[in-house]
Design a protein. Structure first.
Ligand code: PSV
Ligand code: MN
Ligand code: MN
Length: 387
């Protein structure tokens, strides 16, 4: 094994990809959510499933919660339960989009009483972070307008800034607020945080504990996401990712399924920009409506891992030399060589060296977990959007 391969393997063993609690529950499109047998009924059962993903991949030790979908009486006890499974509770995701009160927005709503209600929820999420030991609060706002003139677009920015400042003021040492942007939907004329520039401007004003989250499904078609990643990293403002695939809009399909090359290009900029490490949150944000959920999450983790391995394999010296020489084709070839490498044998070795089976999907199918949960989780309400 060369020193370079050893370094790549060591870096891969350090990887941490966070899975979202909501991906284990029933979710789908606004047309139909197809319920599946064995889907968790409680936050603890979601953690049980997440533990299977981590057991087979070795790189998914944390689970993001969504409040109130994962509301429990005792968050410290939930964190203890996670620990017993070899997991940790990760990012806390706030939910200020599902109450009737939020018809015209949450923290940007024209009515101060609604804004207060939304803000109180965000502050409650910071309290939950204390109990769970989570470092990050992830904020995505459905706020926006549908029609020109519906509300004062600029005043809405002021209201947003005010709310963010109050949340920011509550953060403790080592805690961050991660602000997520999304081009459109559910609002169709204006969205209050539509793009990385808006998110960046708010985070810049807030301070160093505020950073931007890049959800790979939240851009206009053709957007060069890796460029955004490079710029945010350069500015010290990349907080993390919500990985998923899209063909059209916010499709929330398995990461790396639609465009593995894009995922590689993103991960290359992460590695190049010094963003490969614990300060960047590598999260999945997905829905599995027609495919079995746990193997789909395992597949997504593997796709992120493969893109990372390829990014780590880029011969940076050869690339820099070709770039210095202005050799366009040689530079492009260096990247393509890394991308075209079949990294699956390398990753199988990494797993075997850490005591895992080489093929996580096959190992999961052999484990009998799917049959067990289908048999055991028969009564009660399955978890899903809003439950
Ligand atoms: C809605 O677009 C969304 O998919 C955002 O990406 C959030 O991260 C996620 O829901 C969870 O709230
Ligand atoms: Mn997201
Ligand atoms: Mn989304």
């Amino acid at each position: 094994m060369t020193a370079a391969t050893a370094a790549v393997k060591a870096a891969l063993k350090e990887q941490s990809i966070e899975t979202p609690s909501w991906a284990y529950g029933n979710s789908g499109t606004r047309f139909k959510v197809f319920a599946q047998p064995g889907v968790p009924r409680t936050p603890r059962e979601k953690l049980d499933d997440a533990a299977r993903v981590h057991a087979h991949t070795g790189v998914a030790p944390t689970v993001a919660l969504h409040i109130p979908w994962d509301r429990v009486d005792d968050y410290a006890a939930l964190a203890g339960y996670a620990e017993g499974l070899g997991l940790r509770l990760g990012t806390i995701n706030a939910n200020v989009f599902q109450d009737d009160d939020y018809r015209l927005g949450s923290v940007c709503h024209p009515d101060p009483a609604v804004r207060r209600k939304a803000l109180d929820h965000l502050l409650e999420c910071v309290d939950i972070m204390e109990a769970t030991g989570s470092a990050d609060l992830k904020l995505w706002f459905a706020d926006g307008t549908n029609y020109p003139g519906q509300d004062d677009v600029r005043a809405r920015q002021d209201r947003l800034a005010e709310a963010l400042a109050e949340v920011y003021g509550r953060l403790g040492d080592g805690q961050r607020v991660l602000l997520e942007y999304k081009l459109f939907e559910p609002s169709f004329y204006t969205t209050d945080v539509p793009d990385w520039g808006t998110a960046y401007a708010h985070c810049l004003r807030l301070g160093e504990k505020a950073q931007v989250v890049v959800d790979t499904g939240h851009h206009a078609p053709g957007t060069n996401i890796e460029f955004i990643v490079a710029v945010l990293l350069r500015e010290g403002k990349l907080g993390g990712f919500d990985f998923n695939s899209r063909f059209y809009a916010d499709d929330d399909l398995m990461a790396g399924a639609a465009d593995p090359f894009q995922l590689f290009r993103i991960m290359y900029e992460v590695v190049r920009g010094g963003g490969y490490g614990p300060r960047t949150a590598f999260m999945l944000d997905q829905c599995h409506n027609v495919e079995p959920k746990i193997p789909a999450i395992i597949r997504s983790v593997l796709n992120v891992q493969e893109a990372t391995a390829k990014a780590l394999l880029v011969d940076r010296e050869a690339l820099a030399a070709a770039q210095r020489d202005g050799d366009v084709l040689a530079a492009n070839a260096v990247l393509m060589d890394a991308y075209s490498t079949d990294v699956r044998p390398l990753l199988a070795e990494v797993r075997e060296e850490t005591g895992l089976e080489p093929d996580p999907v096959a190992a999961y199918h052999r484990s009998g977990w799917a049959g067990r949960i289908a048999a055991e989780r028969r009564s009660g309400q399955q978890a899903g959007w809003g439950a």
